[in-house]
Design a protein around this ligand. Sequence first.
Ligand SMILES: Nc1ncnc2c1ncn2[C@@H]1O[C@H](COP(=O)(O)OP(=O)(O)O)[C@@H](O)[C@H]1O
Ligand SMILES: [Mg+2]
Length: 261
Amino acid sequence: MKPQPYKFKLSKAVHKFEWDGRTYFWKRSPLCPHKPLVYFVMHLCARVLKISTGSWSLPGLRSRETEKLTQYSASGLNIPRVVTTYKNAWFIMLGEGDCLEKSIVDRSDEEKIIMLCRCADDLLKWHSLGHHHGASQVRNLILTDSQDIVRIDFEEELELVFLPDALKVIDLFLMAGSLNQLFLDREQRQKVMALIMLHYLRNSSDMNLNSIIFRLFLWFQRASYLLRMYPGKLGTDAIRILDLEKCLQIVTKEVYAKSQS
Ligand SMILES: Nc1ncnc2c1ncn2[C@@H]1O[C@H](COP(=O)(O)OP(=O)(O)O)[C@@H](O)[C@H]1O
Ligand SMILES: [Mg+2]
């Protein structure tokens, strides 16, 4: 397959700016509909005219991203440093580096795999502390100058607590399913997806191989269910269910072969 040049666009919710030699990102809540300049001018005028603006600050209309950032920061997890927040409508965070997908796209396959296994370890750390990412695609991971992994983008709120492990499944599948830009060859991508899942599962407990297979199939079934339930949220974005099905076949084969030898 012919490699496509890497394209990366900032989303409408995020504005990047430089200040005093440092990079910052201004991010608004999905409920706050303005660009920064419009926002500031509007609020300045409102203040002068002594009228109230900002219906997004009503309790029912809060973005939970700032709250989550505070919570994760208290748990010592790697997230960007938040410089300031305003009424849950927007916040400013320090630029921590480049998006991981973009930083490793030109590296060798081996280096990409090593980095992705590190991301799986990092995900496991989050999960073992009882937290979830919710949008763990590789474009929501930042690689810092000192090669640390920082997670961003925590608005996704799927109420799936009724399914055990569902949030872990989503995290792992979103990460594994978002490698299209990194591995253009489909078969190879499936293998890498399988490898990441195996890596995560092997490290997640001291389960024996049979229970790893069992757990993967259970997870796969849940993922298929979640895909049907939330096609817009998960389906269009990252998860390629056929890739996942194939990748589970690879995992099973490998695990089975090892258990025979
Ligand atoms: N603190 C940050 N440091 C570096 N890059 C960032 C930071 N915050 C956002 N970005 C860049 O902006 C992109 C979009 O930010 P994100 O919070 O994921 O917004 P969205 O919810 O619209 O996806 C990211 O993929 C990343 O490249
Ligand atoms: Mg994002």
